[in-house]
Design a protein around this ligand. Structure first.
Ligand SMILES: O=C(O)CCC(=O)C(=O)O
Length: 318
């Protein structure tokens, strides 16, 4: 367990003793464009669907690349206004590959000392501010569009923002964070959503009361694409078959303890353009954000989705 925690913690900002190294692309693992069922759809195509999220859970589809969730004008406006973000809410990915804004929930919880109430207070204040700032960066009403979009593609299920009771007050979580990966940096290391409840048990114990956090779905919208690299890379590896990524040996650990070099696994890159949304089964499929080359940062806005235990609602958080 310790090794699992150690290998993944740096992803969302905890200190990690091992440096995030530049990951080699596959040497003998093959690039396969159709390994996962990951169609590219226009907005009008995906809006025809009524069970798009359930289909991800049922593995009828593994993901969607959705063209033009935001227009180029909206993306450009957002990029020109990102300086409105409160930088004290930045949470560095340790290993130095980038940061999220607002900082990630993982920074509030510690397996030993529990949720730090002062930090939790600060966090909710940051989220309240972030919501206001988001409306200045994406003034068309990003959150409303997002929730409406998810409701439209999953028509029999309500889509909601989770709330957490803090004393007498009820606080809404954020449905998004901006993620910044530095130019010439190491993207985001190999991970899978089903590991998060193990790594961040305190935050996930909150969530788990509201929803079935197992097999969470990931979404993100590309805002700034690097000159080269920065693809989402899906490996031929499912949670359950593989239980850990070891950043030191760059190998995946199978459930029988055997190790396979990451570079030996087949992989499928997915390359969204600015304004496109990716919605995929990041809870089950091991994935990473590939290294970046060139002078541009990679900037996305994203979060996670999960159904309630009775399947009556979908919650979105980040
Ligand atoms: O925001 C991104 O670009 C990557 C998201 C991701 O890897 C995830 O949601 O698990």
């Amino acid at each position: 367990m310790y090794r699992i925690l150690k290998s993944i913690k740096h992803l969302f900002g905890k200190r990690n003793d091992s440096p995030l190294s530049f990951q080699q692309q596959s040497s003998n693992g093959k690039k396969r464009a159709d390994m996962w069922n990951f169609p590219t759809l226009s907005m009008s195509d995906i809006l025809q669907k009524e069970t798009a999220i359930t289909d991800l859970y049922d593995n009828k589809t593994n993901g969607y690349l959705i063209k033009g969730f935001m227009s180029q004008e909206e993306v450009e406006f957002a990029l020109a206004n990102l300086d409105k973000l409160n930088t004290t809410a930045n949470g560095a990915f340790s290993g130095g590959s980038g940061y999220s804004n607002p900082k990630n929930f993982s920074m509030l919880a510690d397996e030993k000392s529990g949720i730090n109430e002062v930090l939790l207070d600060e966090y909710f204040t940051e989220i309240e501010q972030y919501r206001l700032t988001l409306n200045r960066i994406l003034p068309f009403g990003y959150e409303e569009r997002l929730l409406k979009f998810f409701s439209s593609i999953e028509s029999n299920i309500d889509v909601k923002v989770p709330v957490i009771k803090q004393g007498q007050e009820v606080k809404q979580l954020t449905t998004s964070t901006f993620r910044f990966c530095y130019p010439m940096g190491g993207g985001m290391t190999t991970h899978v959503g089903n590991m998060f409840p193990i790594i961040y048990p305190l935050f996930y114990s909150f969530l788990n009361k509201l929803m079935n956090v197992e097999r969470q779905i990931s979404y993100f919208v590309m805002l700034s694409k690097p000159e080269q690299g920065g693809d989402l890379v899906l490996f031929d590896a499912l949670w359950g078959d593989f239980i850990e990524y070891d950043t030191i040996t760059k190998s995946m650990v199978r459930n029988d303890g055997k190790r396979v070099l990451l570079s030996a696994l087949d992989y499928q890159p997915v390359s969204p353009e600015p304004g496109d949304m990716i919605l995929f089964n990041g809870g089950d499929i091991w994935h990473k954000v590939d290294n970046l080359l060139g002078a541009k940062s990679r900037i996305t806005i994203g979060g996670f989705l999960a159904k309630t235990k009775d399947n009556s609602k979908v919650y979105v958080w980040s």
